[in-house]
Every structure is written in structure tokens, then in C-alpha cells.
Ligand binder design. Structure first.
Ligand SMILES: O=P(O)(O)OC[C@H]1O[C@H](OP(=O)(O)O)[C@H](O)[C@@H]1O
Ligand SMILES: O=c1cc[nH]c(=O)[nH]1
Length: 504
């Protein structure tokens, strides 16, 4: 047995460290995969060696592996075999068909942390290059559900909403969930953190309340107040999902087949009966054209049918951000402003009410075509605001929070229009890059405020955006980058003048 020396350091992967003497005795080298066994728990980790940091007879264990092993006093280790799924990942790279068993093995290896970051990145990259046939996506989704816990509600219907993401500022879940719950329907909303954006719904909700709950707690809170907004990655619900999303986030990609499985696995695992999927369409989004949107809608609806979930898809405008803020705290402040019935952006209000309205119709609490008006009544009467406060309280946050209490990064700088005219080009992806450079989403207070959108008139020297951050050096680098390559382009109505040659 080896005495555990806990290393309270999160390094984003399962790692252990042995003294080089012990490693040599066991025939192990740095980078080898080892199975670490404690009383009642085991995990797989990658090995580092040292001459100084741990003594012979000891083993250094980093935070991620320590959690899996329940903080043991001593452990033993064995060399771990090369995971079978590496071979199947290679098949995916070669665009070969995979069997249900092979897909199941990949998902199980991901859940058991048997794959290194490099192997996981290879899987995600191969999925990005080659879409899986629909049969394989069904197996993948089922494997993602079955390798985790599931919630079974006694009351039905259970409603859910999910966005494929890809449009900045998409804070609509903060309005939709309380509207649907205030209408008396159950909505156990699990979200991921940002994938290609600067703030996923889980990052946003975390500004207001804790988002890490077990499956049993999600069920209990949903049954008590009608809804939750939690981080799927903290639960044992579809546990492969968050591990894959971490690799996708690093590459800023969302592979098509993986996206279908990721969304529907989360919905299947919480026992959803009916789901609306928000699909932002437009240049720079995950769905550049309406035809791409129609294909995805068909694939999502078919996948839902195979899982016994009624899916409706809503193609939404993704050409410019939803509302005028990007980044966790800024987005939460904007969403609260609308819930408090103060003036706010129409794009956010209209999109939230449209999607909530579809759910109210699907859930049978509003007639066909009457969902929007029913959602509007719930929002303007203050019932949605009261419901969000109940959800915040049930998740352990402050139920008296007001929009003006939300703190934004203290370092802010405006980017000014270099000329007067109209906004003629607007680059969503650049705005997301700037918000990420400023520190979002891990710096909750970082982000971008948008002052001018496509087609709006601008005077020379007027602010186009404001970038905010908690750190002055991150703000500086984002501002320098914004000035080098502007995310918003302003032109006068006169683009070029061609004088008569004789008059030159
Ligand atoms: O970072 P990008 O790729 O834009 O999208 C990821 C976001 O989209 C989904 O939104 P929701 O949970 O339905 O609100 C995910 O859960 C996540 O919050
Ligand atoms: O939850 C989500 C949302 C978008 N894309 C994914 O892969 N998962």
C-alpha cells in the first residue's frame, strides 16, 4: 500500500505522482495509465514521477482523482491496460461504422476517466470531422443516459427546454424556466457551461445561486417549486457529457452528432416528456442556413421519437446577439431587468416568450396559438419573477436579489466608432472572443455590452461596445484586440465616390 499525500490542486485531469524509485520498481514510466484502488473506490489516472515532491512509499494524488477515491488514507496501484476504446476512436477517425458495443465502450471509458486528454480530444475531433449515422447517434445517446443516474417523476408532463447554443447572449432559459414553472408545469432544467460561447446557462445561474446538485436533489427541488436551473456536469446525469464538453470548449467546437446526443441525453436522463429545442440560425452560428436548421430539426425530432420524448424545434434568429450583453453577470442583470418588468431588449423578451409559449402549448396549459400570450401574462404579472426567486431560494441563493445588485467587472473600457454612419457588419464570433479574452465565463463579471446592433445609426466617437473585466491586464488585451480587428463595422451611406476622370 502507498500512503496518500493529497495535492489540493485542480489540474483538469486525473493524475497521481510517484517517487521515481517506486515507479521504477513497478516498471512504470511518466504518462502511464494506472488503476488506483482505495477501500470501496477505484479510479484510473495518469502517472507523473518525481524525486522530491513525494517520498518512496507515498503517492501524490491530485484533486480530481482524490474526489473519486473519497479522500483515502492509503491506496494500491496497478498498471492499467490500454482502453479498448482507443481502437474504436481510430475507426471513427477513418469514418468506419461503429457497433453499439463499441460506442458503449467509448462512453464507459469516458465516464471512468480511462481516456487521457489527448485521446478525448481525438474523439471530439474525429466526431467533428465525421458525423455519425443516425443509428449510431441513438446508441451514443442511450449509452450517455445509461452510464449515469436517471430521474423518474411521479407527476407528468415533465417539460424541458434546450438550446444548441451558438448565439451570444442567449440568456433566455432564465426567463423560460420560471414562466413554465409558474404555469404549474415541471421543468427540471439541466444546462451545460459555455461550449463555444462566453457564458452557458449554468455559468449564468451560478451568479444567482449554487448550480451543483445530485439527481435526488434536482427531483426534490423540482417537485417543491416546479423547476431548477442546474449544471448537468455536477450531477451523475449523463456524466460523459461534461467531460466531452470540456474538450469541446478548449477547441471551441460542437460536433454535430455529439451535440444531438449531448442535448437529448440530458433530456432523457431527467425524464422529460416534451422538449422545445432552440436552434439559432444565421451566419457565424452553428447553423449558417435555414436548410441546416431544417436538417437538425428533423434529426432532433427523430431522435426524440426513438427515446420516447416529444420534441419540437424552433428556428430562431441568430444573426446578432440576444439582448445587448454577453458574459455571466451582465447577462443575468439583463434577464432580471426584464423579469422585474423594467424596460429591456425586445429580442430577449420576444425570444423568451416565443419558446416559453411553445412549451405552455405542448404541456397543455395553453391552447394552440395561445402560448405566447399566456407566457406574456405570466411575465408581466410578476409571476415569473416570483417563481425565479423561489427557484433561487430553493437552490440556496438570495431570493431578494435585484438587477441592480449584480456586480460587473470594475475595469471597463468603451470601443468608439472611428467614423459616423450605419452598422453594416456585425461579427458575433469576435464579440464572443472578446468576452472570453476579458475573462468570461470563469470571471463571472467579465463580458461585453453592445451599444449598437446591425443597421443602427452611429455618430463618430459614439461607443459601439463596452468591454468589462475583473482584471486590468485581461481588459487591456481584449481592448487591444478589439481595436485591431473591430467586431462591429460602421460605414457611411456613401461607400465610395468615383469622380469623372477629367475632373481629377
Ligand atoms: O456556449 P454555446 O455553444 O453557445 O452554448 C452552450 C449553451 O447552450 C445550451 O443552453 P441552455 O442550457 O439550453 O440554456 C447549453 O446548455 C449551454 O448553456
Ligand atoms: O448541451 C449542449 C448544448 C449544445 N451543444 C452540446 O453539445 N450540448
Amino acid at each position: 500500500m502507498l500512503l496518500v499525500r493529497p495535492f489540493d490542486i485542480e489540474i483538469g485531469q486525473h493524475k497521481v505522482m510517484l517517487n521515481i524509485v517506486d515507479a521504477r520498481e513497478r516498471g512504470l514510466n511518466p504518462g502511464d495509465r494506472v488503476r488506483v484502488r482505495a477501500k470501496g473506490a477505484a479510479t484510473t489516472a495518469l502517472l507523473d514521477t518525481t524525486t522530491q515532491m513525494v517520498k518512496p512509499g507515498e503517492i501524490g494524488i491530485f484533486t480530481e482523482a482524490l474526489k473519486d477515491l473519497n479522500n483515502p488514507v492509503d491506496v494500491d496501484i496497478l498498471p492499467a491496460p490500454r482502453p479498448a476504446s482507443i481502437c474504436h476512436i481510430k475507426s471513427l477517425m477513418d469514418n468506419e461504422k461503429l457497433s453499439e458495443d463499441q460506442i458503449r465502450t467509448i462512453v464507459q471509458d469516458i465516464v471512468d476517466n480511462n481516456l487521457s486528454d489527448i485521446e478525448l480530444a481525438a474523439y471530439v475531433t474525429a466526431s467533428y470531422i465525421h458525423n455519425m449515422p443516425s443509428e449510431e447517434v441513438v446508441w451514443l445517446t442511450k449509452a450517455m443516459i445509461e452510464t449515469g443516474e436517471r430521474i423518474h417523476f411521479d407527476t407528468h408532463p415533465v417539460m424541458d427546454k434546450h438550446s444548441i447554443g451558438g448565439v451570444p447572449g442567449n440568456k433566455v432559459s432564465l426567463l423560460i424556466v420560471p414562466i413554465v414553472a409558474a404555469a404549474g408545469l415541471l421543468i427540471p432544467k439541466t444546462s451545460s457551461r459555455a461550449i463555444t460561447g462566453a457564458g452557458g446557462t449554468a455559468d449564468l445561474m451560478e451568479v444567482l445561486a449554487p448550480v451543483e446538485f445530485s439527481a435526488a436533489e434536482i427531483k426534490e427541488i423540482t417537485e417543491k417549486v416546479g423547476g431548477v436551473i442546474v449544471w448537468g456536469g455536477a450531477t451523475n446525469i449523463a456524466p460523459a457529457d461534461d467531460k466531452l464538453i470540456k474538450a469541446e470548449y478548449a477547441l471551441s467546437i460542437d460536433p454535430y452528432s455529439q451535440m444531438l446526443a449531448s442535448i437529448m441525453a440530458k433530456k432523457g436522463a431527467v425524464g422529460a416528456d416534451a422538449v422545445v429545442v432552440d436552434m439559432p440560425v444565421g451566419p457565424g452560428t452553428k447553423l449558417p442556413t435555414a436548410d441546416d436548421g431544417r436538417t437538425l430539426a428533423k434529426d432532433l425530432i427523430d431522435l426524440g421519437d426513438k427515446l420516447g420524448i416529444r420534441v419540437e424545434c424552433a428556428m430562431t434568429f441568430g444573426g446578432s446577439p440576444v439582448g445587448r450583453t454577453i458574459g455571466p453577470a451582465l447577462e443575468v442583470r439583463e434577464a432580471l431587468t426584464l423579469l422585474e418588468n423594467k424596460p429591456g431588449p425586445n429580442s430577449l423578451r420576444e425570444k423568451s416568450l416565443s419558446l416559453a409559449g411553445i412549451l405552455l402549448e405542448m404541456g397543455g396549459v395553453a391552447g394552440r396559438g395561445e402560448g405566447y400570450a399566456a407566457a406574456e401574462e405570466i411575465l408581466s404579472s410578476g409571476k415569473a419573477h416570483a417563481k425565479l426567486m423561489e427557484i433561487i431560494a430553493a437552490q440556496g441563493g438570495n431570493p431578494n436579489v435585484k438587477s441592480e445588485d449584480i456586480v460587473i467587472g470594475e475595469n471597463c473600457e468603451e470601443i468608439l466608432a472611428p467614423a459616423g454612419g450605419y452598422v453594416v457588419a456585425f461579427y458575433n464570433k469576435r464579440l464572443v472572443e472578446l468576452a472570453r479574452m476579458a475573462g468570461a465565463p470563469s470571471d463571472q463579471k467579465a463580458g461585453v455590452i453592445i451599444h449598437k446592433k446591425m443597421g443602427e445609426r452611429v455618430k463618430k466617437g459614439e461607443p459601439l461596445i463596452t468591454i468589462c473585466s475583473s482584471s486590468d491586464w485581461e481588459l487591456d488585451s481584449a481592448v487591444r484586440d478589439a481595436k485591431r480587428s473591430m467586431p462591429i463595422v460602421v460605414e457611411g451611406m456613401l461607400l465610395e465616390r468615383y469622380p469623372r476622370i477629367t475632373e481629377l
